[in-house]
Ligand binder design. Structure first.
Ligand SMILES: C=C(O[C@@H]1C=C(C(=O)O)C=C[C@H]1O)C(=O)O
Length: 428
């Protein structure tokens, strides 16, 4: 496992289905803010990648020079958006294991990203599968075996309650009611309204405990930890690999049933709910229109499917295409963010209403979180089912729901409660 190697208070992680990578230490940290935070990051990353000497014999997604990123939802946010290049990255994908070390030769310049392949897993078990040996780079054979960062035992257990923050339950219900009336008046079609829960992490607490719970409990989600933003998101904002672009749009939610039959009925109810299909349609349309100018081919599933998670069902659509304009994954998220799944439709009106009705700064909640490689490929999720843990230990978790004309304040409140479950349980 990668998690035991992480820093206990400042972990860097990107993992799904047991595959992904862990970052240790910081070689480079870049901060961005304001309207152009994502495109500024894209431009900065192009320069860094162009100046770097990368030794990457593996050429697997995530080998070579990689930056983790987390971006604020709003242009007005006080929270910084970041790109972080770890000093050491340990990765695992499709049976290949690697370690990348980064040396910064000049403060304004990152130089070599070296991927060392075929390294044994931290829990050494003797013989190694052949795939790993084959992936080992040949020259220079004389290079010493890289030493993996040590795995350290997890710190003692703790239990933290997350309680309503700036948006109390009644404030939230009132905000939903107001949004429904604005939608009914024709001011906009959909808005996603969130609320917050807060808590405090005692000194010396090991955040790897929370991350382990998330990774084990939500293996099909992207479990991430970037600059204190920790969570397990089911929603792929965009993934780019060798010219192929994919996205998974989620919008429309229902609770799981108590037994198999009730659970099946819930999935059918969701798949046939006019309200949820409406919400979903807006979200797919926003992703399709943002990606279309960059794609040579692009297609979404004909009808959404139901995606089962441990805490709920979602309506989901997968989108796939080929890139036509050489965009990097950061260029694409600059076009995509914020989608109608987390903002609403039309975007500008939805953002204005969020600003007015949510009594807190979303920070990086609902913003893009993920990674980018030197070639621009990368994987980005929408930062959902997450919390920001700041340097003083203050924790803020967020969850929202898409409001359309048929929305009911109590049901939307209960939906946010379901969405909080991963974080509430991981801290409890
Ligand atoms: C806004 C959130 O989730 C988004 C909203 C959904 C909905 O309204 O049904 C479903 C998935 C996400 O796109 C959240 O988890 O906080």
């Amino acid at each position: 496992m990668l998690i035991p190697m992480l820093d206990s208070r400042d972990p860097l992680l990107w993992i799904r289905k047991g595959q992904g990578f862990a970052g240790i230490g910081t070689a480079l940290r870049l901060e961005f803010s304001g309207e152009n935070r994502i495109s500024d990051a894209g431009a900065a990353w192009r320069e860094i990648a162009a100046a770097a000497t990368v030794v990457d014999p593996l050429k697997t997604p995530g080998t070579g020079l990689v930056a983790f990123g987390a971006f604020a939802f709003s242009a007005q946010s006080a929270e910084k958006s970041v790109l972080i290049v770890p000093r050491v990255l340990v990765g695992k994908r499709d049976g290949v294991h690697w370690m990348t070390t980064v040396h910064v030769l000049h403060p304004d310049q990152v130089i070599p990203g070296e991927a060392e392949a075929g390294h044994p897993e931290p829990t050494r078990s003797g013989t190694q599968p052949e795939a790993r040996a084959e992936a080992r780079p040949t020259p220079p054979m004389s290079r010493p075996e890289p030493t993996l960062p040590p795995a350290t035992p997890l710190g003692s257990e703790y239990r933290i309650s997350l309680l309503p923050g700036a948006a109390k339950p009644d404030t939230y219900r009132a905000a939903v009611e107001e949004a429904v009336s604005r939608i009914t008046h024709g001011d906009l079609e959909k808005v996603v309204l969130a609320r917050d829960l807060v808590g405090h992490l005692p000194d010396g607490s090991d955040l790897r405990r929370v991350i382990t719970d998330l990774a084990l409990g939500y293996p099909d989600c992207w479990t991430f930890a970037v600059d204190g933003l920790i969570g397990s998101s089911p929603e792929t904002l965009v993934s780019v690999s060798h010219g192929t672009v994919t996205a998974r749009v989620l919008a429309g939610t229902i609770s799981r049933g108590r037994d198999a039959e009730a659970d099946h009925d819930q999935a059918v109810a969701l798949a046939t709910s006019a309200k949820d299909l409406d919400e979903h349609r807006f979200a797919v349309a926003s992703v399709m229109s943002a990606l279309t100018p960059h794609a040579r081919t692009l297609a979404a599933s004909e009808i959404p499917f139901t995606l089962k998670l441990p805490n709920l069902w979602h309506l989901a659509s997968d989108i796939e295409g080929t890139l036509g304009d050489g965009s990097t994954s950061l260029n694409l998220i600059a076009s995509l963010h914020p989608t109608a799944a987390v903002a609403g439709t039309p975007t500008k009106d939805a953002l204005r209403l969020i600003e007015r009705l949510e009594p807190f700064d979303r920070g990086r909640y609902a913003g893009p979180v993920g990674w980018i490689g030197a070639d621009g490929d990368g994987e980005w999720a929408v930062a959902l089912r997450c919390a920001q843990v700041d340097a003083d230990g203050y924790i803020t978790a967020y969850a929202g729901a898409g409001i359309v004309s048929e929305s009911d304040p109590e049901r939307e409140f209960l939906e946010t409660r379901m969405k909080f479950r991963p974080m509430v349980e991981a801290f409890a």
